[in-house]
Design a binder for this molecule. Structure first.
Ligand SMILES: *Cc1c(COP(=O)(O)O)cnc(C)c1O
Length: 396
């Protein structure tokens, strides 16, 4: 048995995406910048996939820039907005405490350059109220960057409302929509989004390819210098096979979104209901506005890493939801942002589903997780102290 429930880390490529790529490795391999016919045929496909991707998110074709993935798109979006702001002496940036590191580390870099970074608290539920954004915006705010959906705890944020606030105040709004794409509707015009990041490998497309959408009129700053590709804003020969795969995967995901969300929500809620029965456990993230694919639990008194290894031995590929920043024993910034104490930070597990998961797999997980949790708890002297009333329980 092999059950893959780590789709927030990456997804398996869909057959549609693979088939869309193959001709571009075998025969249509010209460089879109070449003037000969082989190049021009490639250029046509490049333009066509740009159009198709734009359509999926309600953008114009020439507002789509291909990047090497979500991280690069986040970097370029934020740096561009910051440079725009600095030209008008606006150096205040608003974000949240639980963004992806591609956002947070870029903001850290800007902070060292003299920008003021304000990270809004996300509360116990792990979300943002548009009022918080409204109240934080100042005369010198040049950018609001807030993710569409959180990659660890699965909260979906009120992006349309935040977009409306930013529009009213005349502040540029970027959203990292890497986890949202294919799961929730995106329309950059209706939602007043100025900059948006996507990554193909999170919606069954290939790795190493992504999109930065930038509203017409926003001046982008180059991160990669060189040739004049992407209208001079992102150098490097276009990865056409990957772009074709991404376009096919995004169209497929958007087309099947409602049907998939229905199926995933049912499987998710079954898992949540059953795993909630484990004593001293808590579901993290917004229970209502939540990715249909995300289940994130904390089980008091266990080590998430041990749980993962035992799950793996039973054929289940899951994640600790970066409970620990890899390579260190510190709990992740996401975990601390929702107000959990350090003591229980290590006991977390994230299951992120895809529409390929079956009812049988979910039932198997429901049977397996409680067994492993009690096995690990029974081995722990700390747990014995809690059961015997010597140490208090932290979770209900
Ligand atoms: C995966 C992820 C990224 C990074 O995307 P890459 O294509 O792997 O660089 C950025 N933001 C979020 C929310 C993600 O989940």
């Amino acid at each position: 048995m092999e059950i893959y429930v780590d789709n927030a880390a990456t997804t398996k490529m869909s057959k549609t995406a693979i088939n869309a790529m193959l001709p571009f490795m075998e025969s249509i391999y010209g460089n879109p910048s070449s003037l000969h016919s082989k190049g021009q045929i490639a250029a046509e496909h490049l333009l066509n996939s740009r159009e198709r991707i734009a359509k999926c998110i309600g953008a114009e074709t020439n507002e789509i820039y291909f990047t090497s993935g979500g991280s690069e798109a986040d970097n370029q979006a934020i740096i561009s907005a910051a440079r725009n702001g600095a030209r008008r002496n606006k150096k205040h940036i608003i974000s949240t405490a639980f963004e992806h590191h591609a956002v947070l580390h870029t903001l850290k870099k800007l902070e060292k350059e003299g920008f003021e970074i304000e990270l809004l608290p996300v509360g116990k539920k792990g979300t943002i109220n548009p009022e918080q954004v409204k109240n934080a915006i100042r005369e010198d705010t040049c950018l609001v960057t807030i993710m569409y959906a959180n990659n660890e705890i699965g909260s979906i944020l009120p992006i349309s409302e935040i977009g409306a606030v930013c529009k009213e105040k005349g502040v540029i709004f970027h959203t990292d929509a890497v986890q949202a794409a294919g799961h929730v509707h995106i329309n950059v015009k209706e939602q007043n989004i100025d900059l948006l990041s996507l990554s193909a490998h999170k919606f069954h497309g290939p790795k190493g390819i992504g999109v930065l959408y930038a509203r017409k009129g926003i001046i982008l700053t180059n991160i990669i210098e060189g040739g004049a590709q992407e209208r001079g804003k992102r150098a490097g020969t276009e990865n056409l096979p990957a772009i074709m795969g991404m376009a096919a995967a995004l169209e497929e995901a958007v087309e099947n979104m409602d049907e998939n969300a229905k199926k995933l929500t049912r499987l998710r809620d079954k898992l949540i209901t059953e795993l909630s029965k484990i004593p001293h456990s808590t579901l993290n993230g917004d229970p209502i506005n939540r990715l249909p694919s995300n289940i994130h639990f904390i089980f008091e008194g266990i080590e998430g890493e041990s749980l993962l290894l035992l799950l793996d031995a039973k054929g289940i590929c899951a994640s600790s939801g970066s409970a620990c920043t890899s390579g260190s024993l510190d709990p992740s910034h996401v975990f601390l942002s929702i107000g959990h104490p350090h003591e229980i930070a290590h006991g977390s597990v994230r299951l992120s589903l895809s529409e390929e998961n079956t009812e049988e797999e979910i039932d198997y997980i429901i049977n397996t997780v409680p067994e492993i949790v009690s096995y690990l708890r029974n081995m722990s002297p700390l747990w014995r102290d809690k059961v015997n009333g010597i140490k208090p329980f932290i979770l209900n």
